[in-house]
Design a protein around this ligand. Structure first.
Ligand code: 3PG
Ligand code: CO
Length: 553
């Protein structure tokens, strides 16, 4: 039985409107020409940094601070928002899958038993992101699963690949496909009929999120399930090399691998097993719905094979989606949002579609929906569809700012929480000029929200979920930009391992509130207790410590 009542903070008052602003992909890094935040005009964020030193600091947003396996793991939005919302550090999907594979427990679970029922007569299909980015999936986990499944009776295996170029360098897809092909060749030597069956770039095929554009999932479905695609190739390395002539890894068009009779080698059929091997939820939920829901109506599936489907993880605990999974997800319970709602804090959360689930679903511990609809309102601003965001780098920052401003001025909410996506979404395109425009737009949205907070005498907390726009090039150990063999600068489309800023302020911030200096390693998970304090409460004992203290002078 959870006791939801939070203790009153000894000195800090309740009832101040608090704006909680998460800049997506906004880290702190040395100022040079590849630091788009530095290059951009960001007067609002600059003034927070240059203001009172006890009201601005850096916090950790990558590696173990957010529950990832190693300090080399860059941060990402899922683990970042999980930590921000939950106030504690949970071992995340990446790590849980590592542990389950290393111990072999993955093969003893219900999920693996369920799919292995099809091994005798059917094909095992593995669908997921092919890279070592470690954000949604990892190649080494796929390799272990291929080996483990074939040793446990899978005789026919088809891999449906999604090329990355977003969490890893663009162009790296070729080497990942070559590696996978050589692994599959070894399986074939051992009598397993194992092949790549289809593919496509993650942003164009399958991996949409938050129901932004179902066509993305449909393109994948047609290739993976029906064996239909505009491009047909005899082998996947050739496919990726050829299609890269007109698109980057993120946006490769769908293709299927065909035999000498031009027949697709691996459509999904009745009696087959399917595993989506991404551990991260957001970009697998839509496919999981298409694979699992009887009454699915988002696009015409044409063919709905009777399969045994399991996710690497269960992607949505509330929806129990999918019903079967290989590894149990982190149990992120008692999140700050749930506590605050129980204690009467009325909450408004907002972003545009591509990040909407970040400030709701991820924030609430990978849980869909409201805790209490009477206390909460979540507003989604439709994202532009069918474009890459370097074309529209301002995205919906202004609209998010306006929505938040109106929510603050309405005085109907105690917490107004937003995610401002620009630094991240445009940073992922690798377009430096556009990312500079993106950072400026994000800064303007922050100003709009802070101005509203000034008007109502409230408090603001501005932070970020992980780095991205502050460094747009791959670098050597001493920080020098790296060039490829042809002398071209290696653009970094991915997130970074940099820390992120956090700033507090506003007329409602009680006198004497400042950042403590005894939590030097503070990270995103320390923000929840901090915010609870600013709402006038003490955080539960097992939350990571607050970043603030109140000094009387
Ligand atoms: C994506 O899914 O867009 C990237 O892999 C990670 O970005 P995010 O963690 O910022 O969403
Ligand atoms: Co990102």
């Amino acid at each position: 039985q959870v006791s939801w009542k939070l203790a009153d903070h000894p000195t800090l008052p309740k009832g101040k409107t608090l704006a909680l602003i998460v800049l997506d992909g906004w880290g702190e890094y040395k100022p040079d020409e590849y630091n788009c935040i530095h290059v951009a005009q960001t007067p609002t964020m600059d003034s927070l940094k240059q203001g009172a030193p006890e009201k601005w600091r850096l916090i950790r947003a990558h590696g173990k601070a957010v529950g990832l396996p190693t300090e080399d793991d860059m941060g990402n939005s899922e683990v970042g928002h999980n930590a921000l919302g939950a106030g504690r550090i949970f071992a995340q999907g990446a790590k849980l899958v590592d542990i389950a594979l290393a111990s072999g427990k993955i093969y003893e679970g219900e999920g693996f038993k369920y799919i292995s029922e099809c091994f005798e007569k059917g094909t095992l299909h593995l669908i997921g992101l092919l890279s070592d980015g470690g954000v949604h999936s990892r190649l080494d986990q796929l390799q272990l699963l291929l080996k483990g499944a074939s040793e446990r009776g899978a005789k026919r295996i088809r891999v449906h690949i999604l090329t990355d170029g977003r969490d890893v360098l663009d162009g790296s897809s070729v080497a990942f496909v070559e590696t996978l092909e050589s692994d599959l060749a070894k399986l074939r030597e051992n009598g397993v009929d194992a092949r790549i069956a289809s593919g496509g770039g993650r942003m164009y095929v399958t991996m949409d999120r938050y129901e932004n554009d179902w066509d993305v999932v449909k393109r994948g479905w047609d290739a993976q399930v029906r064996g239909e695609a505009p491009h047909k190739f005899a082998n996947a390395v050739e496919a990726v090399k050829k299609l890269r002539e007109n698109a980057n890894d993120q946006y490769l068009p769908p293709f299927v691998i065909v035999d000498e009779n031009e027949k697709a080698v691996g459509p999904i059929e009745d009696g087959d097993a399917v595993v989506t091997f991404n551990f991260r939820a957001d970009r697998m939920v839509m496919l999981a719905k298409a694979l699992e829901h009887q009454d699915f109506d988002k696009f015409d599936r044409v063919k709905v094979p009777k399969i045994h489907y399991a996710g690497m993880l269960q992607y949505d605990g509330e929806l129990k989606l999918p019903g079967h999974y290989l590894v149990s997800p982190p149990e992120i319970d008692r999140t700050s949002g749930e506590y605050l709602v129980h204690n009467g804090v009325r909450t408004f959360a907002c972003s545009e579609t591509v990040k909407f689930g970040h400030v709701t679903f991820f924030w609430n511990g990978n849980r869909s929906g409201y805790f209490n609809p009477e206390m909460e309102e979540y507003a989604e601003i439709p994202s532009d569809v069918g474009i890459t965001f370097n074309v529209q780098p301002k995205m919906k920052a202004l609209e998010i700012g306006e929505k938040a401003r109106d929510a603050i001025l309405s005085r109907k909410f105690d917490q107004v929480r937003v995610n401002i996506p620009n630094g991240d979404m445009v940073g992922h395109t690798g377009d430096i000029q556009a990312t500079v425009v993106a950072c400026k737009a994000a800064d303007e949205a922050v100003k709009m929200i802070i101005d509203a907070i000034e008007q109502v005498g409230g408090i603001y907390v501005v932070t970020a979920d992980h780095g991205n726009a502050e460094d747009m090039v791959k670098r050597n150990k001493s920080g020098q930009p790296l060039y490829d063999k042809s002398g071209k600068l290696q653009i970094l489309t991915s997130h970074t391992c940099q820390p992120v800023p956090i700033a507090i302020g506003g007329p409602g911030l009680a006198a004497g509130v400042r950042f403590r200096n005894d939590v030097p390693d503070g990270g995103l998970a320390n923000v929840a207790a901090t915010v609870m304090n600013l709402h006038g409460y003490v955080a539960p004992n097992d939350y990571e410590p607050t970043l603030i203290e109140v000094v009387n002078n």
